[in-house]
Design a protein around this ligand. Structure first.
Ligand SMILES: [Fe+2]
Length: 223
């Protein structure tokens, strides 16, 4: 994605507090770029789904901070395995609250974590869900499909960027310490969420990443 575009410049200005948190915790540049790409996608998907502006701002804020603790998380997983992973999630939520982010943003920021997969499955399969539940699905889904800050690769008849990202993540040494079923779960939950959104938008489900990116290209980058 063209992260130097004026849309991303405005995003960085409006959400300076979120980016300051990345600086404080010494985030890698590629993690910041990934968070900016997830933020653009949640912004686009929220607009496509008519999420009210106040909640949309919280969703974008959560997307921007969702990986601010990544460096420390990897350290904790390397040291303590699965318990280290759980520690990293509670610590990052605590740091978000201490930094003045509200509880909605702190909760949304951890939407895509493995521990939330059962909840995401429930929300994705319920007929009627609340706006807050929808917000959680939006943040998790956009993280699932976003590899660094790349545009969506066109889907095939069988797979899209969720499946491709799961393969990439499962090859990373640090994640091999975690439960290997996490990536199968990510694909299953990701496609369930995708089917829900695709039915709301009336599109083939595997095309959702491309639909989101088309919206970013045609609507947001000209903002
Ligand atoms: Fe992420």
């Amino acid at each position: 994605m063209p992260l130097s575009n004026k849309y991303f410049k405005k995003l960085r200005q409006k959400f300076a507090k979120e980016l300051a948190l990345h600086q404080k915790y010494d985030s890698w540049d590629r993690v910041i770029d990934h968070c900016l790409a997830v933020a653009a996608r949640v912004d686009a998907l929220s607009r496509l789904l008519n999420i009210p502006p106040k909640l949309r701002t919280q969703i974008v804020s959560a997307a921007l901070v969702h990986d601010f603790y990544k460096r420390k998380q990897i350290e904790l997983i390397t040291q303590n395995g699965l318990p280290g992973y759980s520690q990293s999630i509670s610590q990052s939520s605590q740091h978000l609250l201490e930094a003045g982010f509200d509880s909605t943003i702190a909760q949304l920021a951890s939407s895509s974590e493995i521990s939330n997969h059962p909840l995401l499955t429930t929300y994705a399969t319920l007929g009627e869900i609340s706006l807050d539940q929808l917000a959680m699905l939006i943040v998790a889904y956009c993280d699932f499909v976003t590899t660094e800050a790349d545009w969506a690769i066109p889907s095939t008849v069988k797979e899209n960027d969720i499946d491709r990202r799961a393969v990439l993540l499962s090859r990373k040494k640090v994640y091999q310490i975690l439960d290997s079923s996490a990536f199968t779960s990510m694909c299953r939950v990701g496609h369930l969420i995708e089917k829900k959104f695709a039915s709301l938008l009336n599109i083939p489900y595997l095309n959702l990443p491309e639909v989101i990116d088309s919206y970013i290209k045609s609507e947001l980058l000209d903002f």
